[in-house]
Design a protein around this ligand. Structure first.
Ligand code: UD1
Ligand code: UDP
Length: 368
C-alpha cells in the first residue's frame, strides 16, 4: 500500500512508500473533509504535543481550496494522507482498514457525521480499537438526512462519547447510550474565535458591498435536485441585499449541470479559505446557510443566521433565537425572515470555551 507520510503531503507526484510503524502510535485521529480539519485543528496540535499521536486524512475532500488551504492556515499536517478522493464509505473504510490493520492503534478518534467519520468508526471497531466519538449526540430526527444515519451508527458503536451540549447528551440517553458520555463543549468555539481575531487582514483585497449577506449551501437535500436549486434562485432574487456566496464544488457542479444562473445580486466566489471566510462572516449583516459548522460559528461570532433547511441539529442556536429555519420549499418570501432576523440580539454561546484543552485532559484520562 502506498501511504503519504507527513513530509510528502505536498508532493503527490512523488509518493514515498513507507512502512507503518507498529505499536508506536497510541491515538489516531481521523479526518476527511473541510469542517473536520477546522474543528479538529486545536485538539490535533495538543495531541501532537503529547507524542504517540497520528492524524490520518482520508482525502474525501481533495481540492486545494477544500483541503490544503485549511491545513496551511490551521497549521496542522496529516501524518498520513490516504488520498481516497471519494466519499464512498466502502472505499474509505477499505483504505483505512489496510492502514489500521498494520498500525493497530489502541485508540481512534472520529469527529461528527461525514462518510469519512463513519468509515473510520467502522474500521476502528473492525481492528479492535477503542472508539471515541467527538460531537456525539447531534440529532435532527430526519432519517432522510445521510449525516443523521451516520451519527446514529457512529454513536451506537462508540466506546466513549463527547456530546457538545447537555441537549446532545439527552438525545443520546433517548437511545439508551449513557455509559462513558461526557459533555465537552464544541471545538469550533476556540478555533473560530482565535482565527477571527487575525482574519481582518484577509478582507483587505475585497471590495465588499455595504450590508451584504453571506450564503453557503452544499447539502444534498438542497443542491442535488433541479427544483430545489430553482427555489433557491427564486428566493435569492427577492432579496434586497447583495449576497456573497463562496460556492461549494457540489453546488457549483449542480448549478452548471442544470444550467441555472443565480440572480445578479449574488456575488459567487470560489470556496473561501478559513481566514477569508471568517472575515466574511464577521462583517456580514446575516448569514444564510445549510452548514452545521456555519450555524455554530454564527452564534459564536454573534451573527444572525437563517438556516435554509426544515430541520437542524443545532437546536441550541434556534432556542436562543440566533438562528431560524427556512426550508427552500417555503412559498412566503425569504426576505421577510431576513428582515426579522437582522434585528436578532445574540448574547449567549451555548458551546463552552477552552474545549480543546478540556478534551485533551479527558482523552489523557481515558488512554492512561
Ligand atoms: C461532505 C459530507 C457532509 C459535510 C460536507 C462538508 C458526507 C456524506 N457528506 O459533503 O456531511 O457537511 O462534506 O463540506 O460525508 N468535490 C470537489 N472537491 C472536493 C470535494 C468534493 O470537487 O475537494 C465535489 C465532487 O464533485 C464531489 C462533490 O463535491 O462528488 C461532493 O463531495 P462529497 O465529499 O461527496 O460531499 P460533500 O457535499 O462535500
Ligand atoms: N468554510 C470555509 N470556507 C467556505 C465555507 C465554509 O472555510 O467557503 C468553513 C466554515 O467556516 C465552517 C466549515 O467550513 O467552519 C463548514 O464546512 P461545511 O459547511 O462544508 O460543512 P458542515 O459544517 O456542514 O459539515
Amino acid at each position: 500500500m502506498i501511504l503519504y507520510p507527513r513530509n510528502t503531503m505536498k508532493t503527490p507526484n512523488n509518493p514515498l512508500k513507507m512502512q507503518v510503524e507498529k505499536n508506536v502510535i497510541d491515538i489516531v485521529t481521523i479526518a476527511g473533509t473541510r469542517p473536520e480539519i477546522i474543528k479538529l485543528a486545536d485538539l490535533v496540535q495538543l495531541l501532537d504535543g503529547q507524542g504517540n499521536h497520528a492524524l490520518i486524512y482520508t482525502g474525501q475532500h481533495y481540492s486545494d481550496n477544500m483541503k490544503s488551504i485549511f491545513f496551511d492556515e490551521l497549521k496542522i499536517k496529516p501524518d498520513y494522507d490516504l488520498r481516497c478522493d471519494t466519499s464512498d464509505v466502502a472505499t474509505l473504510k477499505e483504505n483505512m482498514l489496510k492502514f489500521l490493520q498494520e498500525m493497530r492503534p489502541p485508540y481512534i478518534l472520529v469527529y461528527g457525521d461525514t462518510n469519512s467519520s463513519l468509515a473510520g468508526a467502522l474500521a476502528a471497531k473492525e481492528v479492535g480499537s477503542t472508539l471515541v466519538h467527538i460531537e456525539a449526540g447531534l440529532r435532527c430526527f430526519d432519517l432522510n438526512v445521510p449525516e443523521e444515519r451516520a451519527r446514529i451508527k457512529i454513536d451506537s458503536i462508540s466506546d466513549y462519547l463527547f456530546p457538545p451540549t447537555e441537549l446532545a447528551r439527552t438525545f443520546l440517553s433517548y437511545e439508551e447510550i449513557e455509559k462513558n458520555v461526557t459533555v465537552t463543549g464544541n471545538l469550533v468555539v476556540d478555533v473560530c474565535r482565535r482565527l477571527a481575531k487575525v482574519a481582518d487582514e484577509y478582507g483587505r483585497h475585497y471590495d465588499l458591498p455595504d450590508n451584504y449577506l453571506l450564503l453557503t449551501m452544499h447539502r444534498q437535500e438542497n443542491v442535488d435536485e433541479r427544483d430545489r436549486l430553482e427555489m433557491l434562485r427564486k428566493h435569492l432574487s427577492g432579496i434586497d441585499h447583495k449576497i456573497v456566496f463562496p460556492i461549494h464544488p457540489r453546488t457549483k457542479n449542480n448549478l452548471a449541470r442544470y444550467g441555472i444562473t443565480l440572480p445578479p445580486n449574488v456575488i459567487v466566489i470560489e470556496p473561501a479559505g478559513y481566514l477569508e471566510f471568517l472575515y466574511l462572516l464577521k462583517n456580514c449583516r446575516l448569514v444564510m446557510t445549510d452548514s452545521g459548522g456555519v450555524q455554530e460559528e454564527a452564534i459564536v461570532l454573534k451573527r444572525p443566521c437563517v438556516t435554509l433547511r426544515h430541520v437542524s441539529e443545532r437546536w441550541e442556536t434556534l432556542l436562543l433565537k440566533a438562528n431560524v429555519l427556512f426550508p427552500l420549499y417555503r412559498r412566503d418570501p425569504l426576505s421577510n425572515v431576513i428582515e426579522m432576523m437582522l434585528e436578532a440580539k445574540i448574547e449567549r454561546n451555548p458551546y463552552g470555551e477552552n474545549v480543546a484543552e478540556k478534551m485533551l485532559h479527558l482523552i489523557m484520562q481515558i488512554t492512561q
